[in-house]
Design a protein around this ligand. Sequence first.
Ligand code: ATP
Ligand code: MG
Length: 741
Amino acid sequence: MATLKIAAKASQSTTFPALLVAHFTKILDDKTSIDFIFEDVDILDPLKKSTVELLTGSGDPLVGSQQVLNSLFESNPLLRGKNDELVNEWFDRSTKISAPDVRATEAHLLELDAHLTLRSYIVDYSVTAADIAVWGVIRGSKIGYSSMKKGAMLNVTRWYKFIEEICPWIANAIHSANAQAQARTSAQSSKGASYGIGLPDTDKGVVTRFPPEPSGYLHIGHVKAALLNDYFAHEEYRGTLLCRFDDTNPSKEREEFQNAIVADLALMGVRPDRTTFTSDYFDELYEYCIRLIKDGRAYGDDTEKEKMQHERWHGIKSERRDASVDQNLARFEEMKKGTDEGLRWCVRAKMSIDDPNKALRDPVIYRCNPERHHRTNDRWKMYPTYDFACPIVDSIEGVTHALRTIEYRDRNPQYEWMLNALQLRKVHIWDFARMNFVRTVLSKRKLTKLVDRGVVWGWDDPRFPTIRGIRRRGMTIPALREFILKQGPSKNIVNLDWTLFWATNKKYIDPVAPRHTAITKEHAVKATVKGARLAPWTEDKPKHGKNPEIGTKKVAFSEEILIEQVDAQNFAQDEEITLMNWGNAIVRNIKHSFNPLHLKEVTGLELELHLQGDVKTTKQKITWLSQQGQELIPIELVDFDYLITKDVLEEGDELDDFLNEKTEFRSEALADCNVAELKEDDIIQFERKGYFRVDRAFQHGKPAVLFNIPTGKGASKQGHLMIPANGNTSNKRRNDQSINI
Ligand code: ATP
Ligand code: MG
């Protein structure tokens, strides 16, 4: 398969057409499909001044937009069309549209406009390379795009929209170009803050690694480690990033986890140059252990677990420490075979009996485990520990800088001891702070427990701090990257609050989330609108007040509407209010009754339209839904609370003692008819209710399910879906009320 390399910082007018074609090939069969990667540079090859390159796997890469596009089009007869010459002519013209000069660009667009007068396509009667090249250049060029957007060139505008409509893959190309631009901006904005630390000895090259254990799904703490390694390898220096699965404990590890980790890293935009496994090195590690034993630097030990802990704690020498080399080799051999005798033993490095740093008190370097390993099957019955394997594999894989979380600091001398003892190449260790969040467990062991016990729905539970969990809750990837990169590589351990996390997300979703309306079903009030036309009707209204690109939705109007009980409760007789998206109305005739709890409830009202009224003067601007002229869509709104009740779990705290009993809040509502078209994963705003992610799309008979997306403001536990006791309906407050996970 071919790969397209794109210089991320280059002008999109030269790179976008190629990206478009790469996306086009994705809808064809696998063999011709082209992958693409962005490089964080403005020119890929300074000598050739190329911004795009196509690596086909045979021969030299094709360099430069023209050459790459030519080859892409040649290998796709679908796009060549029947009239090669004309296609080629327009193809050449396309480059001129990206001229950095407004007048020249406009002149070319005018020619195009004239050409398109009686045509739907530039050449022939279907989409050809000419359309794609010209479209791509216009979209990618600032001048071209804004000239076209001005709308004076009617034919160009019509053609531009038409091509976009009939080629749905164009949207994917735009999305990946935008995601790339956003990721870059967020990396840059975080740079200034704290990345100026500089690693030592980088002139000889930089190789970093992210070493996850495939024993669970990635959580946001892991994302920090992965992004930092990626940052130093790929952004700060032109280095190499390895992803190494630390698979040395078959009892905890599974292929399912491994695959999920690979997928989640890709989703985060972390692209390891190589993926390896500690298990690739089991033979070498075995030999290195034999060497330590032969050098008198390691010994077999069968001291019972608690006793060994006690001895290490108090600096007491193990009874087995002075065994002979031959005895130790024999015991190691038994371990290798996994005999009953062997299973009782482990191997320890002979570092120190009583060093003040307890990590140096003869740590275990090999232990037995008869379970099947997900990659090496039953070949091994014993496995190296992380402490032993990590420095050795780092060294043989060429890692130059091992970034580790700070709690490993005590184990740094141990890491160095291994490399010295085995005379292996040195690796720089560089510590950074673990990332913690309040009321959140970030330990795979504890998360596994919650999954296994059914406290949550699974690893992708929206209350979980896994990548999958927070995405399901409505976090977007660019926001997640920005937030974590902003933390920088600081060494101070902090307990982060979720506020800023979700506020960062809001910045990304607010400008693009379509606006819809939902009314809580319970106690909803039917209101009659006097002065409305007798027959129901619909109008097209923008889905987003400030962003016309999001499109329009149908708003139904009629004499009969539904409004929220909490709004109705606040109305005074003859008060002028605003029906959002409609106009002003005056409240007449409020009907009350008392519910079983003897609370006053509004059971009906009459509103008299007063469309000449000024919407700026009303205190209450409310959402409403017409009961006629549309099918109201049943929905379920779900809000969540933290899983644990204590901000920071301390040493000795039992997880079970701090589990929150109720963490899921559901309420039923009705939504406007457009909500029927939403798909899973769409993110929208219900006006005055907040942002939501569609977890299950609407199907006839089955309500759509939407999860509330926190915005970082307000920390009410019960969520905003319940009717607030004081009936406060101020728009702002109710929009922002939401909870954090
Ligand atoms: P966990 O406690 O979740 O099991 P771990 O360190 O045992 O964490 P690994 O899969 O071994 O899990 O971790 C992979 C990498 O992620 C390691 O380099 C580890 O230091 C780093 N890492 C794990 N948790 C965090 C965190 N909360 N903040 C920053 N880095 C982390
Ligand atoms: Mg670990």
